[in-house]
Design a protein around this ligand. Sequence first.
Ligand code: GDP
Ligand code: MN
Length: 379
Amino acid sequence: MNLHEYQARELLKAAGVPMFEGGVASTPAEAEAIAAHLGGGVVVKAQVHSGGRGKAGGVKLAKSPAEARAHAEKILGMTIKGLVVHKVLVVPAADIATEAYVGLIMDRGTQRPVFMVSAAGGVDIEEVAATNPEKITRLAVDPVYGLLPHQALSLAFTLYTDIKQVRTAARIMEQLYQVFTANGATLAEINPLVTTPDGRVLALDAKISIDDNELDRRPDLAALRDESAEEPSEVAARNASLTFIKLDGNVGCVVNGAGLAMATMDLVKYYGGDPANFLDIGGSSNPDKVVNALRIITSDPNVKAILFNIFGGITRTDDVANGIVAATREFKVNVPIVIRLTGTNEKEAFRILEGVGMTALSDMDEAVAKVVALAKEAA
Ligand code: GDP
Ligand code: MN
């Protein structure tokens, strides 16, 4: 789950990371009022779950409350990487001398939290990572010991020469690490961490993602979820207890079990197709889940053909067949469906599908090759 910048700031601020106090506005009038209360120049910042807001015109400096209002008018309602802006953060503007990048991610390779820091921070950090990766220093932290003081200092020395700034930055690394571990984060990032001309070190941006699996035991964090800011199909899937991740391809996939879902996506790729989603309907076979799954997948205009790949163990394939029939009665499915079923109650499942004029396959390769061909025809 991604947090908004204003939410991530609260966690970092509570841990002691130096930053300005600001306010969140949903209307231009609110933005103006916050700017007036803060006094002086402010920054108006789109609150969406996306980086690159600055480049997209979602971060604007304002010299007066009236200008803050005008910026908020433009930014509220704008779309950044497919996400509509519903709120803006208004914070005092900082004078910037340098911009650094400080990030911490959960890294599968090292199986550890890994710091990535760079003196070349700011809006072009992705480009730095691609063209000058040596400008980014990495450090894998042993979770048993945590971030040791000398490690924090040596990271900070890659950013600054001034010893006071180095000490402040080292403390910020420790605070970032503490926020990361205390909240079950997969990512915590400050970009930019700036120095001001008078020598202060300040966090100007904050990004935190929480591992979804941590949310059951952290209701205070779960309550920060903003469904209006999320991909609608992923929200619908979560509410229907489906594990769903939207992807960019055109072959919709309905599969039971995460392992089979991964294997299915691999096979779709192998046969030259592109999956439109990862979807695991889970072990139990409630026909309602199938109906919800089909509704979510068919609402994606990119989907040109749908593949069911069901291996009946605990899942009863006749329940899945009933779900498919129920779904096609409830709403019109305008794209071809290829069904592959095998396992528990498969004879019954084939019979149910034949009863409504649908056919199913039992071979996985055959089904995947067929759905990829159908998607290509329609694309
Ligand atoms: P992002 O593009 O989504 O990462 O949004 P950021 O909050 O990082 O802002 C993008 C850029 O806007 C920063 O790298 C800064 O260059 C600039 N910026 C953000 N806040 C301020 C500020 O208070 N003062 C000044 N002068 N520039 C800022
Ligand atoms: Mn940023």
